[in-house]
Design a protein around this ligand. Structure first.
Ligand SMILES: [Zn+2]
Length: 274
């Protein structure tokens, strides 16, 4: 078929047109699913924060991640072994994330929650954007930058205070008032386990969901990537709104690969009009 096509543009059109029709059908099906469900849950990943200007570190060579290997520098061993180097990287991350604001996709989820259409949001993101947008029932499975804790004595410090300490300390390491130990962000670093409590809450939400909408996640990072399977196992359905392929595409009742802001605004608009 490709050999008989007269030129490249015809091939592009032949692929593009059916895809557009599929998207219209998938959007309508998503509205139908959410409108008919009693328990809808959203699972979000880095893709929902990209429109806020926060790059996905899995996209190679972007911004902050260009010069470092996150698996090495954002690793618990790096924090323990060389807190100055760790905070040289992570302090920049704290400063960058502090300037970012939630986007219309975050706000659309808040609107769905307030309208009684969404029972909760599970996020892999540490950027605080869901909570700043106003999502009330939120499970941050990888933690967040909202606080730092002292691994030695358990002291806790809020993000604004951490930023002040980052600027004040000569070596750039924010320290605990009580024991002067280096503070650690309350995020799940590489090499660390997820908190059992948040994972349990995420599992409960997914098991109870009629519909799980996976947004902006490549669904490749375990154990979060296994959460949609819990929804499926209890008879629920999966919708995926993510650019790029995911390992669970074949299990999804709805598969949309467009812009997350556009898709969520379209969903919210259609539900409001229903
Ligand atoms: Zn301490």
């Amino acid at each position: 078929m490709e050999q008989s096509a007269p030129n490249g543009s015809c091939i592009t059109m032949a692929i593009h047109r059916p895809a557009a029709i599929t998207d219209i059908g998938a959007r309508a099906r998503l509205v139908e699913l959410v409108a008919g469900a009693s328990s809808v849950v959203a699972l979000t990943g880095a893709g929902i924060s990209v429109p806020s200007g926060i790059p996905d570190f899995r996209t190679p060579r972007t911004g902050l991640w260009e010069k470092v290997d996150p698996m090495e520098v954002a690793h618990i061993d790096a924090f323990r072994g060389d807190p100055v180097r760790f905070w040289r990287f992570y302090g920049e991350r704290f400063a960058t994330l502090g300037e970012k604001a939630p986007n219309s996709a975050h706000h659309a989820l808040v609107g769905l929650e307030r309208a009684g259409r969404l029972v909760g949001v599970i996020t892999q993101n540490i950027d605080m954007l869901h909570r700043r947008a106003g999502t009330r029932r939120l499970v941050e499975v990888h933690g967040s930058i909202a606080t730092c804790s002292c691994p030695r004595c358990g002291g806790s410090v809020a993000v604004e205070d951490v930023r002040e300490r980052l600027e004040r300390e000569a070596d750039g390491v924010p320290r605990c008032d009580a024991c002067m130990g280096p503070l650690k962000p309350d995020v799940v670093l590489f090499g660390e386990m997820l908190s059992a409590r948040s994972l349990t809450r995420a599992r409960e939400l997914c098991e109870g969901a009629d519909v799980l909408i996976c947004i902006g996640s490549s669904l490749e990072v375990h154990p979060v990537a296994g959460l949609p399977l819990l929804t499926r196992a209890t008879g629920g359905r999966i919708a995926i709104i993510t650019q790029g392929a995911t390992p669970l595409d074949d299990l999804a009742e709805v598969r949309l690969s467009g812009d997350v802001v556009e898709e969520l605004q379209a969903l919210a608009g259609a539900l409001a009009a229903a």
